[in-house]
Structure formats: structure tokens, C-alpha cells
Write a protein that binds this ligand. Structure first.
Ligand SMILES: [Zn+2]
Length: 397
């Protein structure tokens, strides 16, 4: 099929969160979905169809939190080197990570920043959409308060500048602003909170500036106070959000703030830190607590976008999306809602209007995965084929 034709889907998950649809015909015209209808028995000529009746069709996935300049390796020397290496080395690493995403069906990623702005530079001069058709949204370098956590992925305002003044002085081609407003989760004391990095007023100035520039603000925050300050400031998404508590979750639902829980980071820690005992144990408890929060978030109507924090220790680019989907399902999401968080919700968060949903007038960009929806998400390890704008995508350049 080249841009136009009929496709028979055994199962269709359209990205909207509605129930799985059985036996659907998609008519593709000039790269777009012309219509979707139920496949009638003998109601069409099977010879005209591309027959995927043994497969599930779903939109391309969106990972709303990645760090493309870092790999999942647990070799500490390699991890340290990736933080100081020059662009020539890192650009190849970024290319390989983007390919890994694509092979897992991830067609859009939002990068959470790196301290040398390598990913921004890569997007500006090296991203080859034709070879790897993936949408890349970048933060450049994140912002944190002097002396606080965040150096690995960002920098802090210089001199007497407020954070908004520092951001205002820059005019880089970024897609969103990334702020760090807490520390990391403790891996020795379960639930120990860190102090917020910024005041509500400081972050509100950032959000106002971002709005003038048409950008969204993503805030790394764990713990009640740091998350509440970020939500009060009007930010668009909370990243991680461990231990934010039920009240703050409700506030997020009321204010349409998107949550990107990155639960799989703690799963990875609990596996990779096995030898050290206590840390692996706390990571496991953090994970369990996060799954409870995800359950509460669903009850409260918080919009969740799937993000993995891939590039973090043990969190593989691409494959981690499958792990995070499993965790959402474990926390109580039916498959169609888990997929929605990894398609439509992510697309909206990234400002992508032409992806995340399979419906009339949308581009015919989708994954064909062998098996029934109950084989998901593991079957994403064996994607049969990927269609980009109605055309079967052959190979990665
Ligand atoms: Zn991150």
C-alpha cells in the first residue's frame, strides 16, 4: 500500500481511551484515515485488503520524559563519561537511542534536558526525520537553584538573576522549559521529602514568560510541598511526583495539570541496586507507593501521560515504555487507558495535534502488533510493521 488502500485490523485501539474495537476496516486515502468501519462478513473484497486480522493496530507511542544524551547502562564510568563527553560522541549515542525508541513503536519523545544542550543541538542540525520518523521535543538544559540538585541535566541562574530573568535572557529554539523543584527520592529513608527549590512567585514568573513564548513548563518535583508549589504556579506537567499525596493530586485534576509518574525508574533501581540491600528495598517501596498514587490519580481524574525517564540508571530507551505500560496496568489501568496515556495524552502534552489518535482525518500513522490486546504490552517487543502517513516504513537508515 502506498498512501492509499484498505487495512483490516483484528483489533483496534484508537488512542482515545475507548474500549478495544474488534474487526475494523480502515480506509487510507493520501496518507490520511478516510474512514473506519466495522468489517462486515463478505461485505468487501478481501483481495483489496491488507489483512492484519491476526494483529492489533494502535497509534504510534509517545514517551513524555526521556534523556536522549544518557544511556541506561549501570557502568558508572560510562555514566560519568556521558555527562562530560563532547557532541561528536553524544550525537551517535542520541541517534542510537532514537532508533531504540522507534523499534519499540515510540514515534514522539519529550526530552527532559542535559547540561550541555547536546539534544537541542542534535535536533537543530542532525535529526533526520526521513531516516527515523520520530518527533523530538527538547528542553535544552534544565534550570535548578544554585547548590541544589539538577546539575546533571541543567544549570542555575547566574548573578542576582531570578530564574525568570535568566530564562528571559536566552533565545534558544527549545520546545518547553524544564524546571527542577525538588531533590531526588531518598533511597535510604522511605518517603523522605526534600525542600522546594523555588517559591511559588518565582515559578509563576517562569510560567508567565513561557506563555508569552508559547511554551509549556515541565517541573521535576517530588513531595507534597515542591509539587504543590509547581501546581500553584500554573505549570503544565509534574514529572515524577512521588509522595505528592491525595490532596495535591486532586488539585492537579482541578487545574488540568498533567502527571508523568515515571514509575519504572524505581523498578529499575530495585533491580540494579540489588547488592546494596537497603536501597533496593526503599526503591521497591517507592514503586509500590507510586502505584497507589497512580490508582488514586485515575480515581480523581488526573490526566496521566506516560514517561519513562529513559537514560536514567537501568531505564532503557524504547523498551522502558513497555515496562511503564505494565506498571500503569498493575496500578489499575485497563489496556485502552494505559495506551491512551502513551498516545493521545502524550501527544497533547507535546503539542502534537496530528498524532496520538486513530480517527477520521488523522494521519494514517500506526503500529501493527501481532496478537490480541491481551498480548500487550509485551507484544510491542515484536512489532510487525509501522505505517507512517499511510506508507509502510521499511528500514531505519
Ligand atoms: Zn528526567
Amino acid at each position: 500500500m502506498n498512501n492509499s488502500g484498505f487495512i483490516l485490523a483484528g483489533w483496534l485501539i484508537d488512542g482515545s481511551g475507548r474500549s478495544v474495537q474488534r474487526n475494523r476496516v480502515l480506509h487510507i486515502k493520501n496518507g490520511y484515515i478516510d474512514f473506519i468501519k466495522k468489517a462486515e462478513k463478505d461485505g468487501f473484497n478481501r483481495a483489496e485488503l491488507l489483512d492484519f486480522s491476526d494483529s492489533t493496530i494502535l497509534p504510534g507511542l509517545v514517551d513524555s520524559h526521556v534523556h536522549l544524551s544518557m544511556s541506561a547502562t549501570n557502568n558508572q564510568q560510562d555514566r560519568k563519561y556521558q555527562l562530560v563527553a563532547g557532541f561528536d560522541y553524544i550525537k551517535d549515542l542520541i541517534s542510537s537511542h532514537i532508533k531504540q525508541h522507534f523499534l519499540s513503536g515510540v514515534l514522539a519523545v519529550r526530552d527532559g534536558g542535559d547540561n550541555k544542550e547536546h539534544v537541542l543541538r542534535y535536533k537543530t542540525g542532525h535529526l533526520n526525520y526521513k531516516n527515523t520518523p520520530i518527533s523530538l521535543k527538547v528542553a535544552g538544559s534544565a534550570w535548578h537553584k544554585p547548590g541544589r540538585y539538577g546539575k546533571l541535566i541543567g544549570r542555575s541562574p547566574s548573578g542576582n538573576d531570578s530564574i525568570a530573568q535568566a530564562i528571559a535572557k536566552e533565545n534558544k529554539k527549545i520546545d518547553h522549559i524544564k524546571i527542577v523543584n525538588s531533590g531526588l527520592n531518598s533511597l535510604t529513608l522511605f518517603g523522605k521529602e526534600t525542600l522546594p527549590q523555588f517559591k511559588k512567585e518565582e515559578l509563576r514568573e517562569v510560567v508567565e514568560l513561557a506563555q508569552i513564548r508559547g511554551l509549556k513548563v515541565m517541573v521535576h518535583a517530588n513531595g507534597k510541598k515542591p509539587v504543590k508549589i509547581a501546581v500553584d504556579s500554573g505549570c503544565h506537567s509534574i514529572e515524577h511526583g512521588f509522595f505528592m499525596g491525595r490532596e495535591v493530586l486532586k488539585q492537579m485534576a482541578d487545574n488540568n495539570v498533567v502527571w508523568v509518574p515515571t514509575a519504572c525508574t524505581m523498578n529499575a533501581y530495585s533491580q540494579f541496586l540489588k547488592s546494596t540491600g537497603i536501597e533496593a528495598d526503599v526503591a521497591r517501596k517507592n514503586l509500590d507507593h507510586q502505584l497507589e498514587q497512580i490508582f488514586q490519580a485515575r480515581e480523581s481524574g488526573v490526566l496521566i501521560a506516560l514517561g519513562t525517564d529513559s537514560g536514567s540508571l537501568g531505564v532503557e530507551h524504547g523498551k522502558a515504555v513497555i515496562e511503564e505500560l505494565k506498571l500503569l496496568i498493575k496500578a489499575g489501568f485497563p489496556i485502552q487507558e494505559a495506551i491512551k496515556s502513551a498516545t493521545l495524552n502524550g501527544a497533547r502534552l507535546l503539542g502534537l495535534t496530528n498524532t496520538g489518535l486513530l480517527a477520521e482525518k488523522m494521519p494514517a500513522t500506526f503500529l501493527v502488533v501481532r496478537g490480541t490486546p491481551s498480548d500487550l504490552p509485551d507484544s510491542l517487543n515484536r512489532i510487525k510493521t509501522i505505517y507512517i502517513n499511510g506508507t509502510h516504513f521499511n528500514s531505519l537508515g
